[in-house]
Design a protein around this ligand. Structure first.
Ligand code: SR1
Ligand code: MG
Length: 398
């Protein structure tokens, strides 16, 4: 549908978002609508519009710059198209785990989708001591299905190359290349950390052995187009309650290494776990075990039942692929843990720790953990060994 309101780009306001929703006939004529801009992420506007019956929609709009920094950091509007296309693709693979998309408009850079306000952002819930028992089972399935069915194992290899063209996402990839894989490991302007961390941070910058491992991980991120990734699968990109899980915000989607999506989830579970007292840690750490279990079980089933690649019947091949994904996931997780501690975009899990002295020691431990995940990535045999490393790091005094 084309209306006057949908033909040229301008950032929406709460008033124009309501007009747009009315023009597009999302609500009955005369409905009493309430609208709130609720975007709390780094990049976009998010409008929640509801009628008097509390029936609602979400209008997400990309801004032509990164909101977290301001207009001095221009950013492509094309990310809204990437997000809409990813969600449409995922709807066929994991319909219960993504929001329904009702409408997209490239010119306005908007995606209109299902209202998920009955759910909570997992990071916020975790930070308030909540748990989502099915979260990691669902995310494991989500990872296995979205990644398998867009890889050369589960998608016709000619079709995969065509899909790849649709998901070239250079500007958003550059953000990850810089903020996750480069800037935290050098004295870069984007870094942001407390002065008390300077000694640990300088030791990262001077650790050439560690930097070699980060360089290898960055190289994989730059070159390894294994499957269509979500590209930013942290706990702020997941809504959940006791029974439902929905993954949102795939604007960073591109064809990259499978372990990157898995590793982002690992890292954000670890970033929550490291903030918790011992008696409340195991419930969070169980998500680390469960997500890998769910991912490998589903991925292995698909490998046996839905493969398009002849060599998947060759003994040892599945094991080789899963070992590669596991080691890379751990390395990528280490980079994510470090960048969320000292890079541009932090996480509330760490930044809200009180008192300040505890925040600093927890961040020191996070840096140590991130460093060990990267440098020992190849040596972990299972997720229990990651848990043991976390316990060791938490219990050591610095
Ligand atoms: C400038 S964007 C900073 C971060 O926010 C997004 O959620 C991504 O994680 C990105 O790295
Ligand atoms: Mg996001």
């Amino acid at each position: 549908m084309t209306t006057a309101a949908t033909t040229s780009y301008e950032p929406l306001t709460e008033t124009t978002a309501v007009s747009l929703a009315r023009d597009l006939q999302f609500f009955k004529e005369g409905a009493l609508l309430q609208c709130h801009e609720i975007g709390d992420g780094n990049l976009n506007l998010v409008f929640h519009i509801r009628d008097e019956n509390k029936t609602g929609i979400i209008i997400k709009q990309a801004l032509p710059y990164a909101k977290v920094v301001g207009e001095s950091w221009p950013l492509t509007l094309h990310r809204a198209t990437i997000e809409g296309n990813y969600l449409k693709n995922a709807a066929a693979l994991v319909p219960n785990l993504v929001p329904k998309v009702y409408y997209t408009n490239e010119t306005l850079a908007i995606t209109i989708m299902e209202d998920l306000s009955h759910l909570e952002i997992v990071r916020n819930g975790f930070n308030h001591g909540k748990d989502y028992p099915l979260l990691s089972k669902h995310i494991g399935e989500y990872l296995a299905k979205t990644l398998f069915y867009t890889s050369d194992f589960g998608l016709n290899q000619q079709e995969k190359k065509k899909l790849h063209q649709k998901f070239t996402n250079p500007e958003l990839c550059k953000i990850t290349e810089d903020l996750v894989f480069t800037d935290p490991f050098f004295d870069s302007e984007t870094n942001n950390f407390e002065p008390e961390l300077l000694e640990e941070v300088e030791s990262l910058w001077n650790d050439e052995q560690l930097k070699l491992e980060v360089a290898k991980l960055k190289y994989k991120f730059l070159t390894d187009g294994e499957a269509l990734l979500h590209g930013d699968l942290h706990t702020g990109s997941i809504f959940a309650n006791e029974i439902d899980t929905k993954v949102i915000d795939p604007e960073f989607a591109y064809f990259g290494p499978i372990g990157f999506d898995v590793g982002q989830f690992f890292a954000n579970i670890l970033l929550q776990a490291i903030t918790r007292e011992e008696e409340k840690r195991s419930v969070i750490i169980s998500h680390l075990h469960q997500v890998w279990e769910s991912f490998t079980t589903t991925f292995s089933d698909l490998w046996k039942t839905a493969s398009v690649e002849k060599f998947t019947t060759t003994p040892g091949y599945l094991d080789y692929v899963l070992k590669k994904v596991f080691a890379e996931s751990i390395g990528f997780a280490g980079c994510e843990v470090i960048r969320r501690t000292i890079g541009l975009a932090h996480v509330a899990d760490l930044d809200t720790i009180q008192p300040y002295a505890k925040r600093i020691t927890t961040k020191q431990k996070a840096l140590k953990l991130g460093k060990l995940l990267i440098s020992e990535a190849e040596s972990f045999k299972n997720t229990k060994e990651i848990e043991l490393l976390l316990e060791k790091v938490i219990k050591e005094n610095f």
